[in-house]
Structures are given as structure tokens and as C-alpha cells.
Design a protein around this ligand. Structure first.
Ligand code: B12
Length: 213
């Protein structure tokens, strides 16, 4: 299939939650010699279209779930082509989504890109309360903790985690970066995070800077 057409088809398959065909489409696009990062961007565009249609009330919750599942299925094929070797040399990053929040696609993307940039990534998944973050920090002793929140109601949990890290004297040993739709640079400053990133590419860049300084 001609390049532009396959990218459009991939975007539409993610948007429409087509878990059945997406793996084959991604594989065939890679077999045709397309850049894995361009395939990745086509998949993200599908999620963005799904999000917009949800906001416009054209799509509903099951559509979001199906798009998320199609994205995960496509990533299973794509991930080995994005990841590189020398994992862990760049530093150790602990990632997790905050309490009450099950959104993990963005966090997973940050994890994928960090791994391909040579970081060791420990991902503690979604719906982590302060205690879970604290235990994981103590156990894994990462260089950087990255927290994700997609809901205005759950983003406040990030402040609680940082407050507890400060109280326990752990924040002086690690840096904290936050991300996710509703959070901002200003919010990061308010809660005492060391950095904020609006997307995964910027996140990797900021994490490198945090480790170097
Ligand atoms: C997919 C999706 C879902 C899926 C999640 C599947 C999954 N496994 O993640 C499901 C269906 C489960 C879902 C459920 C809900 N959702 Co929802 N969902 C979305 C949707 C469409 C896309 C989110 C997404 O994956 N985007 C793509 C990724 C790549 O982008 P991202 O997450 O922003 O991540 C990027 C950056 O933010 C950043 N980043 C993110 N995290 C981190 C962390 C670090 C450390 C760094 C550095 C960077 C970083 O890098 C990422 C990559 O570039 C958004 C709409 C939207 N436009 O965002 C709504 C949205 C987030 N959902 C919303 C809502 C309301 C809900 C529900 C409450 C709906 C309901 N009535 O039940 C539930 C809540 C469930 C819960 N308790 O968490 C609202 C949130 C409104 C708000 N501001 O609070 C949104 C904005 C939709 C809307 N406009 O109303 N949702």
C-alpha cells in the first residue's frame, strides 16, 4: 500500500477501535520499510481523533475503550522496532499513574520512548495512591519519578505524593516530573515538582536534563 494511505488507514483503525486489523496493518507498514516513528505518529493521530470525537459527543465511552485497546494491540507489534539496546545506561525512571486514574496510554508512551533512549523503566501501572508511590521509590531508588494524571480530579494526588516525599526526606534523593492532559508547568511549580512535560518527547528531554544537573 502507498505510504500515505497506510498511515491514514492506521490512524482510522485506531480511531475506530479496530483491534482485529491493526496488528497486520502495522506489520505490513513496517515490512514496506516505513519509519517506525512515523507509524507511531499515525497511531497517536488516531487517539487524538477519537478524543476530539468524544469531546464533540460523536463518540462515547466504549469507543474510547476500543481505541485504547487497538492502540495497545498495535504497540505490541511496533514496540520492538522502537526499543533499542543498552537499557539502563541513561538512568532509572519510575513511572506511575496517580490514584483513581486508569489512563495509561500516555504514560506507556513515555515509558516506550525512555526505554528506546537507554533508560531502565519501572512502571507501577495505574491507580497508585501515595503509599504505593512511596514504597516503590524506597524499593527501586530511581533517579527520577514520573507521575501521570489525565483527570482534573486525580491530578491533586501528585501534590500529596511530593509532600510525603519531602516529609520522608526522599525528594532530595530523586527528581520528580509530572505529565498528563490537565497538568501544566504552573501546576508543577505549585506542587513542588522538578519538571513538567507536555508530551513524551519533551518528557525524555526533560528527564535527561534532570539527571545531568
Ligand atoms: C483513552 C481515554 C480513556 C480510556 C483510557 C484507556 C487507557 N488505557 O488509558 C478510558 C475509556 C478507560 C477512559 C476513561 C475515562 N475517561 Co478518558 N479519555 C481518554 C482520551 C480519549 C485519550 C487519552 C489518551 O490516551 N490520549 C493519548 C495520549 C498519548 O496522550 P496523553 O495521555 O495526554 O499523554 C501524553 C502527554 O500528556 C504526556 N504525558 C502523560 N503522562 C505523562 C507522564 C509523564 C511523567 C510525562 C513526562 C509526560 C506524560 O505524554 C503523553 C505522550 O505524548 C481522553 C481525551 C483526550 N483528548 O485526551 C479522555 C479523557 C482524559 N477522559 C476523560 C474522562 C472524563 C474519563 C472518565 C471519567 C469517563 C467516564 N465518564 O467514566 C473515565 C475515567 C476513568 C478513570 N478512573 O481513570 C476526560 C477528562 C476530563 C478532565 N479534565 O478531567 C478526557 C479529557 C475526555 C474529555 N474531553 O472529556 N478514558
Amino acid at each position: 500500500m502507498e505510504n500515505t494511505n497506510i498511515f491514514i488507514s492506521i490512524t482510522e483503525a485506531i480511531r475506530d477501535g479496530d483491534s482485529y486489523d491493526i496488528a497486520e496493518m502495522v506489520q505490513s507498514s513496517l515490512d514496506s520499510g516505513n519509519d517506525p516513528y512515523k507509524v507511531f505518529n499515525a497511531m497517536i493521530a488516531g487517539l487524538e481523533q477519537c478524543g476530539t470525537l468524544f469531546e464533540e459527543k460523536e463518540f462515547f465511552l466504549p469507543d474510547l475503550i476500543m481505541a485504547g485497546e487497538a492502540f495497545t494491540t498495535g504497540m505490541e507489534v511496533l514496540e520492538p522496532h522502537l526499543a533499542q539496546t543498552s537499557i539502563g545506561q541513561a538512568g532509572k525512571v519510575l513511572l506511575g499513574t496517580v490514584a483513581g486514574d486508569v489512563h495509561d496510554i500516555g504514560k506507556n508512551l513515555v515509558g516506550f520512548l525512555l526505554k528506546s533512549a537507554g533508560f531502565e523503566v519501572i512502571d507501577i501501572g495505574t491507580d497508585n495512591d501515595t503509599e504505593k508511590f512511596l514504597q516503590a521509590v524506597k524499593e527501586h531508588q530511581p533517579d527520577v519519578l514520573g507521575m501521570s494524571a489525565l483527570l482534573t480530579t486525580t491530578m491533586l494526588g501528585m501534590g500529596d505524593v511530593i509532600k510525603t516525599l519531602n516529609e520522608e526526606g526522599l525528594h532530595e534523593k530523586i527528581k520528580v516530573i509530572i505529565g498528563g492532559g490537565p497538568v501544566s508547568k504552573r501546576f508543577a511549580e505549585e506542587i513542588g515538582a522538578d519538571a513538567y512535560a507536555s508530551d513524551a518527547v519533551e518528557g525524555v528531554k526533560k528527564i535527561k536534563e534532570l539527571i545531568e544537573c
